[in-house]
Structures are given as C-alpha cells and as structure tokens.
Design a protein around this ligand. Structure first.
Ligand SMILES: NC(=O)c1ccc[n+]([C@@H]2O[C@H](COP(=O)([O-])OP(=O)(O)OC[C@H]3O[C@@H](n4cnc5c(N)ncnc54)[C@H](O)[C@@H]3O)[C@@H](O)[C@H]2O)c1
Length: 324
C-alpha cells in the first residue's frame, strides 16, 4: 500500500517512523509547508521520543530516509498536493488544518483512494476506531486517541455487563494547538501557557464514541483537561452498568478484551506513572490499581495511552487494514 502524509508535525512524524520499513507499506510522498531542512531535523531529533533509528537527509526535493528518497512538497492545501501523481493510494491527513470532508477530499485525485484524517471530523464518511469498528469508505476520520481508549473500555464493559451510561474525563498532555506562553487563541483557556496550568480543553470524544458505537449516542458525556506533560495521557471513565459487577469481574472483562486485541488493550504491569509509558503502542492500558466499584453497578476505570505513539501506530494499522 502506497501512502502519503500531509502535515509532518507531532503525529505525522510519529507515523512516518512507524511506516518506514514496514513490509507492505511504502511512503511515496510527504507534504508540509515547513522548509525541508527543518523537517528533516525534526524527523531525526524528537524531544519526547528520542533520535530516529535511521538516518534522515534532504536531497533535491526529497526527504531521504535511510537511503530511500521520498518526494517532499509544500502545497498549501489538499487540492494542490502531488500525491495523486506519485501513486499514493492512502493519504494520512495529519496537518490538523483540514478536518472537514470537503477539505480533506481534495486529496482524492489520481491514484488516491482513501484519506484518513488524524482527528475528529464533523462530516467524514465514517469515524473509525481500530479494534472497535471499520470502514473502507473514501474519507475516514480516525477520531482522537482518547476516543480509542474510551471505545475499547466501553465495548469491553458492555459485552460483559451491559452499559447504561457513562461520563469520561481525559487528562491529556498538552499539544501544539495550545500556546507555550499566553497568546491569543479562539478558546480563552487554550490561550494560556500550556506548561503552567491544568487547562480544561474542548473534546469531541463523546460524539466520536457515538460514531464508533452508535448505541452510546445520548448516553455518554466527556470532558478533557490538558496538563503540563508533553506526552502520554490517562482516561477516567465512570459508567453505570446494567448488571452487578465487582473488581474481579470488571478486570476479567477487560482482560478478555486484551486477549482479543493484545496490541490494543493491555494491563499496566506495575504502578507506573505517565513518563514510563512513552512510546507504548497500546491504545488502552488499563490501570488496575485505580479501578473502583461504588455500589455493584457504578464502576470507575482508568486507562493510559501514549497519545502520540499509540495513535500513530493505529494510523499505520489502518493503512495495513486498507491494504487487505
Ligand atoms: N499530538 C497528538 O498527540 C495528537 C494525537 C492524535 C491526533 N492529533 C491530531 O492530529 C492533528 C495534528 O496534530 P499535531 O499534534 O501533529 O500538530 P502539529 O502542529 O505538531 O503538526 C501540524 C503539522 O502540519 C503542518 N502544516 C501546517 N499547515 C499545513 C498545510 N496547509 N498543509 C500541510 N501541512 C501543514 C505544520 O507545518 C506541522 O508540521 C490535529 O488535528 C490533532 O488534533 C494529535
């Protein structure tokens, strides 16, 4: 499967690292308005994930990954990217700028058959959460990493007990959609210095959950708070169940989900903290030390996820899935 990436930022660079060298996947184009030398430098050196495990150079309009030249362009919008002429079949739309269908669909030219938006979209053809639902339509949204963890937890609890309703809070690392120091932003809280405060942030998690698991529509609410860590997040889910549960049966249900999807749902192996989980690719790492049951039908479960590494790994998995 031939892939192109639009937007080589936090997510785009992590996906690039995870596509390079994978049998069956070939990176045939990268587009980002930033200059080539800067992009190569940032692909090589990453403050969170360390140095790339392969050399990266720039040569004659190409990003050269371990000797393999990948055409680099700087088109300002999807309708002008060269991907359709480069043989790309899937475009990973990772710029954060083009989340509406009409914008992202600009990539659907020439050889391009699918666009996967690396964010919630108000009107993509389908929202896909790996391990929960699937679609082969043209313009897909891969939702957000918090939705991945939430959907896997809710699906597992519903299969075992039936879920009546739920309320989730994602405690998320800060991102490039915030400000390093106070600077105007459409959202007054996102305008504040990211590393200095806990910042309530907008989230589309409940709506995206409803796209992946339609029966949850109108039954779930969600909130997010950004905190001063650069990567790794934790989801706090409170849910009312239709049948009685205890700690043992809740953990058994979540372990069954892990057995069914070992790369997606895992259990934390020790009482760790967020920094320990950098680079982990599971979408949902259940923290059994934090599970609580209040009355036999009200449960609280927590799951960690590396919002960059796990999400990028899922974009890679989606490409592999579309290749089948
Ligand atoms: N950072 C995360 O943990 C994370 C996880 C999942 C999803 N997302 C989502 O992925 C998207 C990107 O997030 P990010 O953190 O990588 O952002 P980022 O700001 O780090 O990267 C965005 C990249 O897009 C490039 N860009 C800007 N304008 C462009 C254009 N017109 N065409 C092509 N490229 C352009 C920028 O130069 C930059 O390299 C956002 O929608 C975000 O919500 C982020």
């Amino acid at each position: 499967m031939r892939i192109a990436i639009n937007g080589l930022g936090r997510v785009g660079r992590q996906v690039l690292r995870r596509i390079h060298g994978v049998p069956g996947l070939e990176l045939v184009g990268v587009n980002d308005p930033a200059d080539a030398a800067t992009l190569a430098h940032l692909v090589t050196y990453d403050s969170v994930h360390g140095k790339a495990p392969f050399p990266v150079e720039v040569q004659a309009g190409h990003l050269v990954l371990d000797g393999l030249p990948v055409p680099l362009s700087a088109a300002p919008d999807p309708a002008r990217t060269p991907f359709g002429d480069l043989g790309a079949e899937v475009v990973l739309e990772c710029s954060g700028r083009f989340t509406r269908r009409a914008e992202a669909a600009g990539h659907l030219r020439g050889s391009v058959r699918h666009v996967v938006i690396s964010a919630p979209s108000p009107d993509a053809d389908a929202t896909v959460v790996p391990g929960v639902n699937a679609s082969r339509r043209e313009v897909l949204s891969a939702a957000c990493p918090a939705t991945h963890a939430l959907s896997l937890l809710v699906g597992a609890l519903d299969a075992a007990f039936g879920v009546e309703a739920g309320l989730a809070t994602a405690v998320e690392s800060y991102g490039n959609d915030q400000r390093i120091l106070d600077l105007p932003h459409a959202d007054p809280r996102m305008a504040r210095a990211a590393a200095m405060s806990m910042i309530p942030a907008p989230t589309d998690m409940a709506r995206c959950l409803g796209e992946a698991l339609p029966w949850t529509r109108g039954r779930f609410e969600a909130l997010a708070v950004r905190v001063p860590t650069p990567d790794v997040s934790i989801l706090d889910l409170g849910a009312t169940l239709r049948t009685d549960a205890d700690l043992e049966s809740v953990h058994a249900a979540l372990r069954r989900a892990g057995d069914g999807a070992p790369g997606l749902v895992q259990f934390l192996e020790a009482p760790l903290v967020s920094v320990d989980l950098r680079g982990r690719e599971a979408s949902c790492i259940v923290d059994p030390w934090l599970t609580r049951i209040h009355a036999p039908r009200f449960v609280k479960v927590f799951a960690w996820y590396d919002n960059e590494a796990a999400y990028a790994a899922r974009l890679r998995d989606l490409c592999l899935e579309l290749a089948r």
